[in-house]
Design a protein around this ligand. Structure first.
Ligand code: ADP
Length: 634
């Protein structure tokens, strides 16, 4: 009857099945990582991201300035000099004085609601402002689209040329930490003063598509400010304009901002937010009085003039980064050793930090760092328990397998020992009977003589084999005990050689001895005889007829060195490392008729090492082998 054909499943090699499983696992991990990345990118991390942005701003060398901006500040020295706050008359005189330097523009960043001075003085100020067409008053009022913006100050200041020029801070949007990072350049099509004046210097700005880093937010066009540290721009105090000293180059053809730095905190409502009137928090410092709003405006003008606003990477680019990092983390968690994995993840954390920094400086590109970092942490903590479960299960399986193997091994050893032990007695009896026949003077036929000789030799072989197995069993159950006595190694060797002389004579092998006189050393004579017997027997067994074996002893340093050198077949170099392992027989020995268990050298090594000595072999294939035993003298 023919056997039915195997099913397709059964004919698949285990290799291809394993391969498929591996691919499926990889795909599954990839999908998981990308799904996680997709969720991670949705998490709002503006606060953390802005914090990381601020660090980048602080760490980079300050960007260049346009050299188009200067500031005139009403500060504490002004109050000391004038003994009061500057009045309308003082401001009017300031405009007149500044105008002599022919600046590109004089921009007032002052709240004139409580301006001191008589009606006449205010009128003088308003007229002075109108006389110079380059005088501007910034207002926080955005006005309604289509309508012109008017001064909200009472007469006669209602004629002042006002222009929208807002500052903004992340109060209820983005990072919500009150720091100014963005600037509005247009609202519902109406340009802010910054864009208006900057376009005069840099006409590229006329084309909105050429404005770097432009983005829309709540109906306005915005940019990130390219911040400079506080104190970057040339600054004059109010009295300095009148009394000097002044380098005219620092005012001529420049945008001169007039502001106030009196270190007083005054909240005003700008848009929907309540903000300090004269100060802002910046990426450099979150102090309430970190930077004057006048200097903030200077930074805003400069960003536009140089058209070098930082650019944020797009959502999709961030998603790709987060996806790549997630896939890497999942790969690391599942496939690498934990310590190496941790190193790689720490490396990618630092690596991504460096990418974030070096794209910002010098290229002004703001790569989102918070999401990739979060991806590393989340993927790691999400998948690590998974890996732990898998590994736990694997090690439990290995433990079970190991336990089973140990039990089987014990059973095997016990079984072999028991069997060998039970075999030893009947064989000894058979050998005894063969001896009785051999010693009996009654003549027997040559055939009978041959049969008894064969019984004797086979019995000897069997007994040797069983002894090896019994010794092996003892070693495995760690039951070998040393019974040491002071013995002369030369005498032990003589005894062993005498036992093997018959076999050597049969093969016409000459055993040469070169013994140095030795002091007795402490050894277990039985075990040592087994060691020497095995080495000498091997030398005879594996050597060809009519060769020589040299057995030598000498004292070398603190050891007795015994060498058994033969002219036998030698051992291939590739096999040498395995020679002393249990049950190992060389290829040549296995394919020859020479009998052996492969246990002799294993036992010899074990016994010699038990004596604190060592055994090794040098052999040239085709020329012979030399086995050396070194035993400690003490
Ligand atoms: P075996 O019972 O096979 O002799 P051993 O453990 O005594 O086992 O030796 C292991 C193997 O080492 C042998 O099978 C043989 O191939 C090789 N060997 C040992 N002694 C010699 C020698 N003197 N010359 C060549 N090969 C040897």
């Amino acid at each position: 009857m023919a056997l039915p054909p195997l099913s397709e499943e059964a004919t698949k090699s285990p290799d291809s099945w394993w391969h498929q499983k591996k691919i499926l696992n990889s795909v599954l991990r990839l999908v998981l990582a990308m799904t996680l990345a997709f969720f991670i990118i949705q998490i709002k991390l503006d606060f953390f991201e802005s914090f990381l942005y601020d660090i980048r701003v602080r760490l980079r060398p300050p960007p260049p300035v346009s050299g188009e901006i200067s500031m005139v500040m009403i500060d504490e020295s002004t109050l000391q000099n004038l003994k009061k706050e500057p009045s309308a008359k003082d401001l009017g005189q300031l405009i007149e004085k500044l105008s002599t330097y022919q600046p590109r523009a004089i921009v007032f960043d002052l709240d004139l609601t409580n301006l001191q001075g008589s009606f006449e003085e205010k009128k003088f100020f308003a007229e002075a402002s109108l006389k110079n067409p380059n005088v501007y008053f910034m207002t926080d009022d955005l006005g309604v689209a289509g309508q012109s913006i008017r001064s909200s100050y009472p007469k006669p200041l209602d004629i002042l040329p006002v222009f929208p020029g807002l500052k903004s801070a992340d109060i209820s949007n983005f990072a919500k930490d009150g720091v100014s990072r963005r600037m509005m350049i247009a609202y519902q099509g109406r340009q802010m003063l910054h864009l208006h004046l900057a376009t005069e210097i840099n006409p590229t700005l006329k084309d909105p598509s050429k404005i770097r880093g432009l983005f829309s937010f709540l109906g306005s066009d915005q940019l990130y400010i390219n911040f400079h540290p506080e104190g970057t721009y040339p600054r004059f105090s109010f009295p300095q304009i009148f009394d000097g000293p002044i380098d005219p180059k620092l005012l001529n053809r420049r945008i001169v901002l007039v502001g106030q730095d009196l270190k007083t905190s005054k909240l005003v409502k700008i848009g929907n937010e309540k903000m300090e009137r004269d100060y802002v928090r910046t990426p450099y410092s979150r102090d309430v009085l970190a930077m004057t709003s006048t200097e903030l405006h200077a930074n805003m003008f400069d960003t536009l003039i140089l058209n070098n606003a930082p650019v944020r990477t797009s959502f999709w680019l961030d998603f790709i980064f987060v996806g790549l990092i997630s896939v890497l983390t999942v790969y690391v968690v599942f496939s690498l050793r934990p310590l190496l994995g941790l190193f790689i993840l720490a490396g990618s954390l630092v690596g991504f930090g460096l990418i974030g920094f070096f794209t910002f400086w010098p290229f002004g590109i703001w790569v989102s760092m918070s999401h990739p970092w979060l991806a590393i942490f989340l993927c790691y903590y999400f998948f690590i328990p998974y890996r732990l479960i898998i590994e736990n299960r694997r090690s439990w399986e290995i433990y079970q397998k190991h336990r089973l193997l140990k039990q089987v091994e014990e059973l095997k050893t016990n079984f072999i020992s028991m069997m060998s032990h039970d075999l030893k007695t009947p064989i000894a009896r058979i050998l005894g009977m063969a001896d009785v026949i051999l010693r009996d003077p009654t003549p027997i036929s040559s055939q009978q003589q041959e049969a008894v000789d064969t019984i004797k030799h086979s019995g000897d072989d069997l007994l040797k084999f069983i002894s090896s197995i019994l010794n092996y069993g003892q070693i495995e159950s760690q039951a070998v005990q040393l019974h040491k006595q002071g013995r002369d190694i030369n005498a032990l060797l003589d005894e062993v050689i005498a036992k093997h002389e018959f076999l050597a004579r049969l093969k016409k092998i000459q055993i040469l001895k070169e013994f140095e006189t030795l002091f007795p050393i402490s050894v277990d004579p039985n075990l040592m005889k087994q060691v020497l017997s095995n080495l000498i027997e091997n030398a005879i067994k594996y050597s060809n007829d009519e060769t020589k074996i040299l057995i030598s002893t000498e004292e070398k340093g603190a050891s007795v060195v015994i060498q058994i050198a033969d002219q036998g077949p030698g051992i291939p170099a590739a096999e040498l490392p395995n020679l002393f392992t249990k049950f190992y027989r060389s290829q040549n020995a296995k394919s020859s008729t020479i009998k052996g268990s492969g246990l002799g050298l294993y036992l010899a090594k074990y016994f010699v090492e038990l004596h604190g000595g060592q055994v090794f072999v040098e052999s040239t294939y085709g020329q012979g082998s030399t086995f050396t035993v070194q035993l400690p003298l003490g």
